[in-house]
Design a protein around this ligand. Sequence first.
Ligand code: CA
Length: 147
Amino acid sequence: MTRILVVEDEPGIALGLEDDLKMEGYEVEVAGDGVTASRRAREAGFDLILLDVMLPGKDGFEVCRELRRAGLRTPILMLTAKAQEAEKVMGFELGADDYVTKPFGTRELRARIKALLRRAAGERETERYAFGEVEVDFTRGELRRNG
Ligand code: CA
């Protein structure tokens, strides 16, 4: 099952996202602050991270930077409150894959999530190499034995 980490501190929005994504068939975990988000993203193998910018503890930019520095390549979709170009550019520079501006429509969000998951799946195909018995999945940073 495709797993999504929703990082959002506003309970109403977090719940709405959780319900909507579960209806779409995704497995969803919610983190309400940047510190928890950063930890969970590295502990558990998510397929996508929905990351709000304005968060208590650490903001979304900081979380994004941390995860990329740690080598995590999970697709990150940032939720930005303001349609400010500087904010979007900064997100991309820190390693985010896409963004949606709040308030967002659920249909747009769903479409962007699907597009990112498709892209990531395509990249995994080309980035998984097998060395004899050992397979390296660079996307997830995994090393495992074949068969
Ligand atoms: Ca927020």
